[in-house]
Design a protein. Structure first.
Length: 260
């Protein structure tokens, strides 16, 4: 009997805290429950719970109630454009929740993520990444002069890159672009380096939208594929999008749509 009595006291006190008024705005009561609902939404979106956040939420709800009352008094809710906006917002919330509920009911399994990871890894096994340097020139004539100097003395590449290159992000490093796969560069540039070997320099200028390039390959290595734990969240996101697309397609195909 005592346990039951304590339970009812706890329930009463908990309910009292939740329904506790924190403010009254022009006669309109604002309770702790309003704050908790808003706070829960922010935390779900990634905010960290703190006393500062709770105070900010409380003030935001009070301010919002002031503005809402002003909006009601101005008759904004009766405007046709606002009714349309509210209707679209209502529909968007329903659709977003439908998709969210589908993903919760159909989670991507660890096994599916790992299978996709191995598939991608296998596809990338032959991929090479290049450590490059380049010199970027604005006109072809100057670029040919620089290329001629480099062909006579390859050791001048670093010096000429620092002095002549118009790519100021890499020029101070002797034209060093670091490691990357060819696909990360614009098409003429990427095509020019695919068949080069370590130590090679392009024997002719490479023209892109940025100007004229002279490219040197410092090194080549197999691509360093990130481990499963690093890739997991990104692969899961991709599979979720694919799952949603399939679900949406299924709904569309099952719907009876009559165009008029």
């Amino acid at each position: 009997m005592k346990i039951l009595a304590i339970f009812f006291i706890f329930l009463f006190l908990s309910n009292e805290v939740i329904c506790e008024e924190i403010a009254i705005v022009n006669g309109k009561s604002i309770t702790q429950s309003h704050v908790n609902q808003f706070l829960d939404l922010l935390i779900k979106q990634g905010a960290d719970d703190s006393e500062e956040l709770r105070e900010q939420v409380k003030q935001e709800i009070i301010n919002r109630q002031i503005f809402l009352q002003a909006a009601y008094e101005a008759g904004i809710l009766e405007r046709e454009d606002i009714k349309s906006e509210l209707s679209f917002a209502y529909e968007s919330i329903l659709v977003r929740t439908l998709m969210s509920d589908y993903l919760k009911a159909n989670p991507i399994s660890e096994e599916s993520i790992r299978t996709e990871y191995e598939k991608i890894k296998l596809e990338q096994i032959e991929t090479k990444e290049f450590k490059l340097r380049h010199i970027l020139l604005e006109d072809e004539k100057t670029a040919n002069i620089i290329l001629s100097k480099i062909k006579k003395n390859r050791k001048k590449f670093d010096e000429l890159a620092r002095k002549e290159s118009k790519d100021f992000g890499s020029s101070e490093k002797g034209g060093d672009l670091g490691w990357s796969v060819p696909e990360n560069y614009v098409l003429p540039f990427s095509e020019a380096i695919k068949n080069l070997k370590k130590g090679d320099i392009t024997d002719k200028l490479v023209k892109t939208e940025f100007g004229w390039h002279i490219i040197q390959v410092d090194d080549i290595r197999p691509i360093e594929f990130i481990d499963f734990d690093q890739a997991k969240s990104k692969i899961e996101e991709i599979l979720q999008k694919q799952s949603l697309a399939s679900y949406q397609k299924q709904l569309i195909e099952q719907a009876n749509v009559e165009m008029k």
